[in-house]
Design a protein around this ligand. Structure first.
Ligand code: AMP
Length: 192
């Protein structure tokens, strides 16, 4: 069972790259950002709560996020594994994911860190905002999200290094070359 954490700052390409590898490896894909945006679109209670944080570039509180993730994991049909995109984003979430998987007799197989320079992230997110109209892809919110990433999320790099699960991916350059690094890293853990 493969459990892949695809990690990186906002705009690092987690969603794009996940889509490119899910089919190849027969994985379920969970993007916590997509789950929250779907709730916002349906205007559910959860969506309304999420919107308050997302519009401010802040993270949804850990407890709520962990409940959502557990619900999605339970809803998955059997597969060869899961790609976690946008989760965990805090050390508390990483601890909880470890426990959740352990309870199922599993563990994180690898954490892929899509590393992209900050100037490029800002450029990509501004462009994405113009195309997708995502409300949090505006310059002010982008800066807040990058600050949140640098303070609350980037400590997970060391956390996964300590777990012996960390793999660095050069996240800029040709899309195909980035995918190739990811495919190689997943193939390596799969054959292990
Ligand atoms: P994303 O699409 O992954 O960039 O997520 C968009 C927004 O959803 C983030 O800026 C957060 O406000 C929220 N979000 C997504 N995943 C998480 C998470 N694991 N923990 C807390 N907030 C999250």
């Amino acid at each position: 069972m493969l459990n892949i954490v695809i990690f990186g700052a906002p705009g690092s390409g987690k969603g794009t790259q996940s889509e490119r590898v899910v089919e190849k490896f027969g994985l379920n894909h969970i993007s916590t950002g997509d789950v929250l945006r779907a709730e916002m679109k349906k205007d559910t209670g959860l969506g309304q709560t999420a919107k308050k944080y997302i519009d401010q570039g802040q993270l949804i509180p850990d407890e709520l996020m962990i409940d959502i993730l557990a619900g999605v994991l339970d809803s998955f049909e059997a597969s060869k594994g899961v790609i976690f995109d946008g989760f965990p984003r805090t050390v508390a979430q990483a601890d909880e994911l470890k426990k959740m998987l352990a309870a199922r007799g599993q563990e994180v197989s690898v954490m892929l860190d899509l590393d992209v320079p900050e100037e490029e992230l800002i450029e990509r997110l501004i462009k994405r905002g113009q195309i997708s109209g995502r409300a949090d892809d505006n310059e002010e919110t982008i800066k807040k999200r990058l600050l949140v990433y640098n303070t609350q999320t980037s400590p997970l790099i060391q956390w996964y290094k300590n777990e012996g699960k960390y793999v660095h991916i050069k996240g800029c350059g040709e899309l195909e070359e980035i995918t190739e690094q990811i495919v190689n890293a997943i193939t390596a853990v799969k054959n292990n």
